[in-house]
Design a protein around this ligand. Structure first.
Ligand SMILES: Cc1cc2nc3c(=O)[nH]c(=O)nc-3n(C[C@H](O)[C@H](O)[C@H](O)COP(=O)(O)O)c2cc1C
Length: 148
């Protein structure tokens, strides 16, 4: 059975909370998924489609828990051969130019790895919502069938 890999980058737990909600919604729809907070390249290669949910830290930077993994992807360059993917970026628009910088970096990297984006980067602005999981779940319901 195909498995959706949910790869999480989180500093204070917001993105992780969203990922757990997403995992529950996918299960409810009978879809198998696994949440990775400390992923390996094998986790990445074994997923049949992938959803990255990452906050941004520093100045447009990837959260520390994903930093080495993203570096491994850049170094090893495991091609995705058109596997479907989506990226959710959690950020804060008051950071200006670096808004959702990690999500943007990840989205571009997955394109370079020849993944197939099922939709544009979803940006969740902490200035606009106190319930990121509600926005992400509403979005997910619309794109769900494209993960298969
Ligand atoms: C030290 C720090 C730096 C941040 N830098 C950025 C940034 O450059 N761009 C951005 O969009 N958001 C930035 N944020 C906002 C976080 O990405 C946002 O609050 C997010 O919801 C945190 O999710 P998390 O708990 O999963 O880490 C920053 C937050 C902190 C505390």
């Amino acid at each position: 059975m195909s498995k959706i890999g949910i790869f999480v980058g989180s500093v204070y737990g917001n993105a992780q909370h969203v990922a757990e909600e997403v995992h529950a919604v996918l299960s409810k729809h009978g879809l198998l998924s696994e949440v990775f907070v400390d992923p390996t390249l094998d986790d990445f290669k074994n997923a049949s489609s992938m959803l990255f949910i990452s906050s941004t830290t520093g100045q447009g930077d990837i959260p520390p828990n994903l930093e080495f993994f993203i570096q491994d992807l850049r170094d090893q360059f495991p091609l995705l051969e058109q596997k479907p993917f989506a990226v959710v970026g959690l950020g804060d628009s008051s950071y200006g130019e670096t808004y959702c910088g990690a999500g943007r970096q990840i989205f571009e990297l997955l394109i370079e790895l020849q993944g197939k984006p099922i939709t544009a980067l979803l940006e969740i602005d902490a200035c606009e919502t106190l319930e990121p999981e509600a926005e992400v779940v509403a979005w997910l319901e619309n794109v769900l069938s494209d993960f298969a």
